[in-house]
Ligand binder design. Structure first.
Ligand SMILES: Nc1ncnc2c1ncn2[C@@H]1O[C@H](COP(=O)(O)OP(=O)(O)O)[C@@H](O)[C@H]1O
Ligand SMILES: [Mg+2]
Length: 246
């Protein structure tokens, strides 16, 4: 059974134009899908439709064979535990400690009021170790570099015990070397069995880390296939005639 099955998905914000336009694709258990496309091509809209942060206008999203389009309340919360998000701007609480931020990844399991248990704290420490930040647990997030903050966000995502990580331009605010190291952490996590959809600007990173590429242009699928299949011609189809690869 497919982990994720997106079928003829449409999203319109204004009722006339489509930010995602008749998009279909499938994701297997081990996929690391890189989502490419110019700014405004619909990447964030697609990722948000997958975890129902926004409501698709039409079409279906199936998780392990079941439609998630009509889920509500408890069922929607339970579905969302499977899907963790990582954002360009990290979305951490800067005045709180690294450990506290990582623990907020458990909020989908118990309400805001209840305290974290010993098992959760030890799992948070384990996840900080996975991203090489075990010595930073008590530091305030604002004392960390951008790359370190994104690693905290990845550790927080892991606290959900997700099946899928949706990373929305996770390296767009980072310098190239730091960006590459963040991608390596995502690749390791993917190899440990978590499927990843990651939107990126740079084709070089897509080539290095993607097992598959999905490219959008004006909300429409412009390419789907292996990173190695993106030649000069395909590149121009995705980014436009004027674009040059850097
Ligand atoms: N909340 C919103 N309300 C109205 N239009 C939006 C909203 N979010 C995105 N859009 C529009 O949808 C299109 C796709 O945007 P987006 O999904 O953010 O693309 P990307 O992430 O690839 O930059 C753009 O035309 C954008 O202006
Ligand atoms: Mg975006």
């Amino acid at each position: 059974m497919r982990l994720l099955d997106v079928q003829n998905l449409y999203k319109s914000y204004d009722g006339s134009s489509f930010a995602v336009n008749n998009l279909s694709f499938e994701m297997e258990d081990k996929d690391f899908i890189v989502l490419l496309g110019l700014s405004g091509s619909g990447k964030s809209t697609l990722l948000r439709c997958i975890n129902r942060l926004i409501e698709p206008t039409r079409g279906d999203v199936r998780y392990k064979g079941e439609s998630i389009i009509a889920l509500k309340g408890k069922d929607l919360r339970h579905y969302r535990r499977n899907i963790a998000m990582v954002f360009q701007q990290f979305n951490l609480i800067k005045n709180l400690s690294v450990l506290t931020n990582v623990l907020t990844g458990r909020l989908g399991y118990h309400g805001i009021g209840s305290a974290y248990g010993k098992a959760e704290i030890s799992s948070a420490m384990h996840n900080l170790e996975r991203v090489g930040l075990q010595d930073f647990a008590q530091k305030q997030v604002k004392q960390l570099s951008g790359g370190q903050q994104q690693r905290v966000a990845i550790a927080r995502a892991l606290m959900q015990e997700p099946r899928i990580i949706l990373a929305d331009e996770p390296v767009a605010s980072l310098d190239p070397a730091t960006a590459d190291s963040i991608m390596q952490y995502l690749a390791e996590i993917n190899q440990e069995g978590i499927a990843v959809i990651c939107s990126l600007h740079f084709l070089s990173l897509a080539r290095r880390y993607g097992t598959r590429v999905l490219a959008l242009k004006d909300g429409i699928k412009a390419f789907e296939g292996l990173p190695s299949q993106i030649d000069r011609l395909r590149f121009k189809e995705i980014y436009g005639e004027e674009a040059e690869e850097i």
